[in-house]
Ligand binder design. Structure first.
Ligand code: GLN
Length: 483
């Protein structure tokens, strides 16, 4: 088996036993990116010399016996996460050439572990989208079928892992951007409880919803990467005081006696019957192992998409005000300050981002605030409460991660409404700050289907345990795309 098809846990074991060196591992991935990424469009930037230097340093740590779980393991990082000395563009022209002077907390933590920052992955511009098609630089392709999207917005992070270009990656999830691409590429995508992973250095999209998390081949890798990147950070005012997500008890869970709830509203209008079949089969499998799966009702679920598409653009319109051509990135020519800023933004932002800024500005403006933003916040509070109520009776809520499988590139780009309904099942976890995970559970139309688990806030460890058990049960075959 080649190094590049191994999981992070397997790589770490081989590094510890000195079967391979950290430089060999990193070189194997870099070579594969060099030769194969033209097909996938997963990476926007990578720096071979920097990565090799980090691998040499990691090997030094391994040799001197001071290695940590992630030492020598390469990690691909979504390009909206700041990396000192490596261009960070958010897949936007407005940040072309921007090189952050500091690392995001997650990157700092990875470096402290001796992990290797392999490169920066493709995404929808400023993480706004569900297919990576709004990237200003290039399309990303699904390793299961190159004519299809790997999902978005963390499409590059998901494609990189599914195509063996990186063992693990980090994505960000505001309305499903870790879990949706994981579902489309047959990988595991985990969004921690809001506040467990520092947002310091994550380029803000919608600050009350954004959360960084892992995209991996296995739940065990997701737990490993989460352990290395989460924990309290005083540089993020919304950071939870709890310690990092622990992977210690990952394998000590059981499905027996687990109380699961399936909200019937999770099969929304556009659900593909084949996806529904795969989900039903996986729920039946869980039942056979001794879990109960009750159908329940959470009436606010159908309101999620509309509510999200007011709150997220509102926050984005404020967060993106900083991109004015003065502080970051290229500056357009113009007559005076206002003109320079206007031209820079007109030329630098793509269509989707501009649409969101306008919608968000409108929703926040005097006269409309009460009708839109305030209303949306009320619905958000109601939805959160309905989910918290369900967790009084159930351990976890299960659902499809997405209503459909990966679609053909271009199929939805003229239909912004259809694109947005893809987030139907994932949005509630962001609204309520809940931990959510997508694991591969089967296939529809020959493409991967993801099952989503959601837990009460701070139930990350127990949710990972349940996901680990379910993953062993589903062990879907054929498990890998034909690369
Ligand atoms: N698809 C959603 C959007 O476009 C979610 C994006 C995300 O989670 N970053 O806003």
């Amino acid at each position: 088996m080649s190094i590049t098809s191994l999981t992070a846990v397997e790589i770490a074991a081989k590094l510890r036993s000195k079967e391979v060196s950290a430089v060999e591992v990193t070189t194997a991935f870099l070579d594969r990116i060099d030769s194969e990424d033209a097909k996938y469009g997963a990476f926007l930037a990578y720096d071979r010399e920097k990565a090799i230097a980090e691998a040499e340093a990691a090997q030094g740590r391994i040799d001197s016996g001071d290695s940590l779980p992630m030492t020598g393991v390469p990690v691909a990082v979504k390009d909206n996460i700041s990396t000192e000395g490596i261009e960070t563009t958010c897949a936007s022209k407005i940040l072309k050439g921007y090189i952050p002077p500091y690392d995001a907390t997650v990157v700092e933590k990875l470096k402290a572990q001796g992990a290797i920052i392999l490169g920066k992955t493709n995404l929808d511009e400023f993480a706004m989208g569900s297919s990576t098609e709004t990237s200003a630089y290039k399309l990303a392709h699904n390793p299961w079928d190159l004519t299809r999207t790997p999902g978005g917005s963390s499409g590059g992070s998901a494609a990189a892992v599914a195509a063996d270009l990186a063992p693990v990656s980090l994505g960000s999830d505001t309305g499903g951007s870790i879990r949706l691409p994981a579902s489309f590429t047959g990988t595991v995508g985990y969004k921690p409880t809001y506040g467990r992973c520092s947002r310091f250095g994550l380029v803000a999209f919608a600050s009350s919803l954004d959360q960084i998390g892992p995209i991996t081949k296995t739940v065990e890798d997701a737990a490993l990467l989460a352990e290395a990147t989460t924990g309290h950070d005083e540089r993020d005012a919304t950071s939870n005081p709890a310690p990092a997500v622990s992977s210690r008890e990952l394998k000590s869970g059981t499905l027996k006696g687990l109380k699961l709830a399936f909200p019937r509203e999770m099969y929304g209008e556009g659900t593909d019957p084949e996806v529904q079949k795969a989900i039903q089969a996986s729920l039946d499998a869980l039942r056979r192992e001794g879990a109960t799966v009750d159908e329940i009702s959470i009436p606010s679920i159908p309101l999620g998409v509309t509510t999200y598409y007011i709150i997220a653009p509102a926050e984005a319109s404020s967060n993106l005000a900083r991109f004015d051509g003065v502080r970051y990135g290229p500056r357009s020519q113009g007559q005076g300050h206002i003109d320079v800023v206007a031209k820079t933004r007109a030329e630098g932002f793509g269509h989707e981002v501009k649409a969101r800024i306008m919608i968000g500005t409108y929703a926040l403006s005097a006269g409309y605030y009460d009708a839109f933003y305030l209303r949306a916040q009320q619905v958000r509070a109601m939805m959160t409460q309905q989910f918290l109520d369900a967790f009084k009776d159930y351990d976890f809520i299960v659902s499809p991660t997405a209503p459909v499988v990966a679609f053909k590139l271009g199929d939805l780009s003229q239909d912004p409404m259809a694109m947005k309904t893809l987030d139907y099942c994932t949005i509630p976890a962001n609204m309520g700050g809940l931990p959510g995970i997508s694991i591969p559970c089967g296939f529809a139309h020959g493409l991967p289907v993801g099952l989503q688990l959601m837990g009460a806030p701070m139930e990350d460890e127990r949710m990972l345990q349940a996901a680990y058990c379910a993953e062993q049960l589903f062990a879907v075959s054929p498990k890998r795309p034909n690369l």
